[in-house]
Design a protein around this ligand. Sequence first.
Ligand SMILES: [Mg+2]
Length: 199
Amino acid sequence: MTIKAALFDMDGTIVDSQIDWLGLREEIAIPWDGRPILAQLAEVNEATRARGLAALHRVEAHGAETGELIDGAMELFGLLRESDVPCALVTNNSRDSAQKVLTRHGLRFDVVLTRDDGAVKPAPDLFLEALRRLDVEAHEALVVGDAHLDLIGAEAAGIPNTILIGTPDWMRVHIPPDMEYTSVETLREAMGHIRELLA
Ligand SMILES: [Mg+2]
């Protein structure tokens, strides 16, 4: 098959932002249930929501300001550029954080979509918008992420190709058993698969 676009998650996929999602939930005393933290915070009382949002913004800002680019990212973007494959950044993080990450690391994407642009993953909305803006069909796209939310969102958008990198077991248990994806440990390993898809 030919890949005509690559859609990347940000935190944990191309940037090691060190966000401790389980620790964050512990801090605000809400259980991990596999959903995005924003969905959970929408259901709690106002005081907990305010505390939760403040904590979320704190760890996201810290991650954007201090996170390191994951080994191989620049090389991978170079490979995709050489192959004329446009790239989108599709993140549940905020536009502010995404912009900070892009500026700090000198990254350029053809499309950047954040939670300020629509419903967060695992909703398909941001992926569908990326496909629309890049003018490619779902079956021509590749999603690269690290979380179950990336895979489930891609599947909901009709994108059949997803590579998940270093997904921890506490996320993996939320992947429906019949969902197909490629599982790798590192971004460099993902690059090997992408090279084969481009060949
Ligand atoms: Mg991620």
